[in-house]
Design a protein. Structure first.
Length: 277
């Protein structure tokens, strides 16, 4: 495993990487594991090289919401150096990460100017993506938020599979589980995804990208491919808002008589993850 799979470490000049290298420890992170909690002063930061970590906000009633996902392009713990964390860092997708003591990172302030310049750029990207996610949650419907969440998951990780259940997506996005199930069922029928035993496999990323809202592209600072612009139906904000407000009632009616377990059938993907003809 190469630590430079992580984007922040990959951008470092050789001299600065050598400062970090002796202190980096490869660790295996397991889905559900809490790296540190709200209020903790973490002893280590993490550079994912396969794992995905969610920034979870917990309230006193015991509800939790995901505010952001961190993966191979950034680090976990950047906002906590010497300060209590305002979020709980929970592993979303099992995988590897490099662990670094916070004490070493604090020393690096004097020796590694390029690192902190890059880290500041990463924080700026994170703030922009968070801002765009807030816009999406207020203006766009469940389907588009779900597509954006799937695409961000793929970008953060190193594979096209996501360990997640319908219930977990429901809690993460703040929609009813039945509505999540219905949307995943539609995606399954389009051969865009396959959901089986808590693993969601994305089979056709291009199709999801074609139906995604502009929030994903704006947040990633990428231009939507021209062929997608031709294929995408015009968004009507008023209708999107009505859909969002009515979504619970609408899906109760549509799902009447369903056992709510749609999408948990056998995967139809081939071993290579390609869409079947
Ligand atoms: Zn959106």
């Amino acid at each position: 495993m190469n630590a430079r799979i992580n984007g922040l470490l990959a951008e470092l000049p050789e001299a600065e990487f050598e400062f970090f290298a002796p202190h980096l420890k490869l660790v295996s992170l397991t889905k559900g594991q809490t790296l540190f909690s709200q209020g903790d002063k973490p002893s280590h930061v993490y550079y994912p090289v396969g794992a995905i970590v969610s920034l979870m906000i917990d309230n006193q009633a015991g509800d939790s919401t995901e505010s952001f996902m961190l993966g191979k392009s950034c680090m976990v713990g950047a906002a906590t150096l010497g300060e209590p964390s305002f979020y709980r860092a929970q592993v979303r997708h099992s995988g590897l990460a490099y662990q670094l003591p916070v004490s070493v990172l604090l020393q690096a302030r004097e020796h590694c100017p390029a690192y902190f310049r890059n880290a500041m750029n990463a924080v700026n990207r994170m703030v922009m993506q968070l801002t765009q996610a807030v816009f999406c949650s207020k203006r766009h419907g469940l389907e588009q938020q779900l597509i954006r969440w799937l695409l961000v998951n793929l970008d953060r990780g190193v594979s096209n599979t996501i360990e997640v259940t319908h219930q977990e997506i429901s809690e993460l996005l703040g929609f009813r589980r039945e509505a999540i199930t219905l949307n995943l069922k539609k995606m399954t029928e389009r051969n865009e995804v396959c959901v089986h035993r808590g693993v969601l496999e994305v089979l056709d990323r291009q199709s999801l990208e074609a139906r995604s809202c502009d929030c994903y592209w704006t947040a990633m600072q990428r231009q939507r491919p021209l062929e997608h612009q031709m294929a995408l139906p015009a968004l009507v904000p008023g209708i999107q808002m009505i859909e969002r407000k009515l979504i619970g009632v609408t899906h109760d009616l549509i799902l009447d008589g369903s056992n709510g377990s749609g999408g948990d059938g056998q995967c139809r993907a081939t071993q290579s993850g390609q869409k079947q003809p």
